[in-house]
Design a binder for this molecule. Structure first.
Ligand code: NAP
Ligand code: GDD
Length: 321
């Protein structure tokens, strides 16, 4: 039985990945941070709680990482833990860099020292590209990285550390550069789930308006369930290297609002108002990923399209509220 260690197991991706690896027959271990509300610690992994083993740890606490890796002796390490909210990273830049960049260095050091024969996956991000776009309107592995947020800067450092450790110490360490991916488990302060939850609340008469920031940025949105499957494919390819994972479709936040409100028989223009509070000091305007290589070489294919994903999110919020 292969052993997988997931940092960020309580997050959106971590919870889907844990379920997927359990299904594949892995013994799954996860690192969780202590939270003051105990129920929040494991709400996303509630259903598989008895099938995974978790340990308290933190990316910033190096000794906790050494202890856990030594105890688990993982075959595969999925490093998904991060301060993952781009706008919040402008408010807490130092914490963001400590967690997302130094935290990755801590993970790499513990991995190299304790289980260098294991495979290591790093959750890299399309936010690293900033506003660089190739001539064909896409971003890919060769696109220039010029981040426009503390979060993006932290992820570029982590990305480079993983490449460096792979080359210098001959480790099986890989970056998956994933474009935005969502699900009903997405935090409600990310735009897709915020819009879906807000629109369903409006439909049910629970609120009158929805405050958003920039409606004109474009994102390449896929489903988290599809994207965690790519993480496993990436790590189990014979050659350790980096990949981009995307749908290749792009939509504006305005188009997202239009689709969600229309699905509920509403016009978003009657309810969405803009509030500067949700604007960013510097914005990433446009993302559209080229994932041809992972589709052709590793056979990755998303099962959800945009409409299926949003419909699933709407349906879950209709039940929840
Ligand atoms: P998420 O839902 O915010 O989950 C992040 C996880 O990291 C949570 O379990 C969180 O724990 C944990 N964490 C945060 N700081 C930590 C620390 N210092 N030590 C240990 N654990 C810590 O994010 P996600 O959407 O699942 O994303 C997973 C990873 O992929 C992240 O690295 C993110 O940056 C990256 N990524 C995401 C996307 C996307 O569109 N979703 C795209 C590209 C890359 P708590 O539950 O205690 O907060
Ligand atoms: N969160 C949020 N809230 N975003 C808003 C809002 C709002 O009220 N109004 C407009 N937006 C716009 C943002 O300005 C951005 O252009 C877009 O919606 C998407 O924002 P998020 O959903 O917060 O995602 P993100 O693109 O900044 O970051 C996500 O994707 C990255 C990959 O490109 C996160 O998951 C990152 O962790 C991930 O790396």
């Amino acid at each position: 039985m292969k052993k997988a260690l997931i940092t960020g197991i309580t997050g959106q991706d971590g919870s889907y990945l844990a379920e997927y690896l359990v299904q594949l027959g892995y013994e799954v271990f996860g690192i969780v941070r202590r939270q003051s509300v105990a129920e929040n610690q494991s709400s996303r992994i509630h259903e598989i709680n008895d099938q995974v083993t978790t340990y308290y740890g933190d990316l910033i606490d190096e000794t906790s990482l050494y202890k856990i890796i030594r105890r688990v002796q993982p075959d595969e390490i999925y490093n998904l833990a991060a301060m993952s909210h781009v706008r919040v990273s402008f408010d807490v830049p130092s914490f963001t860099i400590k967690t997302n960049a130094l935290g990755v260095l801590n993970m790499l050091e513990a991995y190299r020292e304790v289980t260098p024969e294991a495979k290591f996956y790093q959750a890299s991000s399309s936010e690293m590209f900033g506003n660089s776009v190739d001539n064909d309107g896409c971003q890919r592995l060769t696109t220039n990285m010029s981040p426009v947020s503390p979060y993006g800067c932290s992820k570029v450092m982590a990305y480079n550390l993983v490449c460096h450790y792979r080359n210098a110490y001959k480790l099986h360490a890989c970056n998956g550069i994933l474009f935005n991916h969502e699900s009903p488990r997405r935090g409600t302060n990310f735009v897709t789930n915020k819009v879906v939850k807000g629109a369903v609340e409006i439909k049910k008469g629970l609120r009158e308006k929805l405050e958003l920031g920039n409606l004109d940025s474009s994102r390449d949105w896929g489903h988290s369930y599809d994207y965690v499957r790519s993480m496993h494919l990436i790590l189990n390819h014979t050659e350790p290297r980096d990949w981009t994972v995307a749908t290749g479709e792009t939509r504006t936040v305005r188009q997202l609002c239009d689709y969600v409100f229309k699905s509920l028989g509403l016009n978003y223009r009657d309810y969405v108002v803009q509030n500067k509070r949700y604007m960013r000091p510097e914005e990433l305007n446009y993302l559209k990923g080229d994932s041809l290589e992972i589709r052709e070489k590793l056979g990755w294919k998303p099962r959800y399209n945009f409409e299926m994903m949003i419909d699933e999110m709407i349906s879950i919020w209709q039940d929840r509220l």
